[in-house]
Design a protein around this ligand. Structure first.
Ligand code: PLP
Length: 420
């Protein structure tokens, strides 16, 4: 046994063999969400815990036709190895869409296609973070980013997220105190909170970062899912050579296609290409070709409008059910888009207890603590509305309200503590 290394490893229970892992594995949290999803596989359970897009809004027929067309027309070609950067017409399509939606000039050379936008976070971690480097992230922050960056062993600095975006004063203090490599944020319909930064706040954050070498990692997984259809400016508009955008087809086409992209200025893109080559050579070429065929055959704007309308209705239904049944001491966000609502229970009320008790009533919710790198947020919950019918939302929220009342309100109408 190597005595120099901390004992991090796996055990084969059958043979008793112990496998030594790199120490970085000890610093990377397991995805609590994936663990919970195992529990919620039971069809009796009404689950607000996951983060799945509404399966009824995946255009299976359209994707089937696109797949048949590319396989018929170019079967051998689309099943070959391809370029690391990704299919050029697809990158051009993405660039054109930035121009159309946001008036943003992006060259296809600044775009690389990835295996979902989650892979962008791994590639960014790989090329920017050495062990002990400083990384700043919203508080609460997206668990997938905490997990992806943790593998590279940074020191995290949380920046509290308010209803209008991250606190610029706190961010200012962090970047004044530490040489922060990256600030990671989700300006549109954030996961987990559902919060969208105001334009004013985007400008303020940009002006804090402009004076530094810190890069803004703008995760835009939900930018197309703003219920009202309006598109807010990208951070790249304010920090052109300091912003890396990550984008995703998961919420507008299908997550199983595993297609996302990264937009990075020249000077960074070269290193992303090297990291991508070392990881997997290139993203699934067949998927890229099917996506391109689909996007150019179908009215994608109409498809996205349908998704927005459905999610707005599901969100409204959940908010109304909560307004009717939750005690007044419970507060929650009112998202402008995306797939999640963020709940704050009265201080001192444990969301883990609520989770366990709700599960006994066949309702799954997601305790918020894993979204806090400092272990706080023990009175918070994330609820997903995109993957439930109105009927399930009303029934599930009704049951959850009873659990919250029994655990968090000491006597009818009186909360155990102040609001958060
Ligand atoms: C904020 C955010 N970023 C990235 C991802 C990863 O998405 P994908 O890899 O499917 O593009 C998700 C998935 O839910 C997310 O919520």
């Amino acid at each position: 046994m190597n005595k120099q290394k901390p004992v991090t490893g796996g055990l084969n229970p059958a043979s008793g063999r112990h496998y030594m892992f790199a120490s970085r594995m000890a610093k990377t949290p397991r995805s609590f969400i994936r663990e919970i999803l195992k529990v919620t596989a039971n069809p009796e359970i009404i689950s607000f815990a996951g983060g799945l897009p509404n399966p009824a809004l995946i255009d299976v027929d359209g994707i089937r036709k696109a797949a048949a067309a590319v396989l018929e027309q170019e079967g051998r070609n689309v099943l070959q190895y391809s370029t690391t950067e990704g299919y050029l017409p697809l990158r051009q399509y993405i660039a054109d869409r930035y121009k159309k939606r946001l008036g943003l000039s992006v060259s296809p050379d600044e775009i690389l296609i990835t295996n979902g936008s989650q892979q962008c976070l791994d590639l960014i971690g790989k090329i920017f973070i050495d062990a002990g480097d400083h990384v700043s992230i919203e508080r609460p922050g997206y668990l997938g980013a905490i997990q992806a960056f943790s593998l590279y062993e940074p020191v995290f600095h949380p920046v509290v997220l308010h209803e209008d975006g991250p606190d610029p004063g706190v961010l200012g203090q962090v970047v004044d105190t530490w040489p922060v490599r990256l600030f990671y944020g989700v300006p549109n319909s954030q996961n987990p909170s559902g919060i969208t930064y105001t334009v004013k706040r985007r400008r303020e954050i940009a002006s804090v970062l402009k004076k530094t070498d810190t890069l803004f990692i703008e995760d835009d997984a939900y930018g197309e899912l703003n219920f009202g259809g309006e598109s807010l400016p990208s951070m790249r508009e304010f920090l052109p050579d300091q912003t890396i955008i990550t984008g995703s087809f998961s919420k507008i086409l299908a997550p199983g296609m595993r297609l996302g992209w990264v937009v990075a200025p020249a000077g960074i893109m070269e290193s992303i290409i090297v990291a991508k080559q070392a990881s997997d050579l290139h993203s699934n070429y067949l998927s890229q070709r099917i996506a391109y065929e689909y996007l150019t055959r179908q009215d994608i704007d109409e498809h996205i409008r349908k998704i927005r309308t459905a999610y707005k209705n599901q969100c409204d239904c959940m908010i109304q059910a909560m307004a009717e049944t939750f005690p007044e001491s419970v507060t929650y966000t009112r998202p402008q888009g995306g797939m999640f609502i963020w709940i704050s229970l009265p201080v001192g009320c444990s969301s883990m207890d609520v989770f366990e008790n709700a599960l006994e009533k066949n309702v799954a919710v997601l305790p918020g603590s894993p979204f806090y790198i400092d272990g706080s947020g023990t009175n918070t919950l994330r609820l997903n509305f995109s993957n439930s019918t109105d009927e399930k939302i009303i029934t599930g929220i009704g049951r959850l309200a009873k659990v919250i009342k029994s655990l968090c309100v000491s006597s009818p109408g009186r909360s155990i503590s102040n609001r958060t």
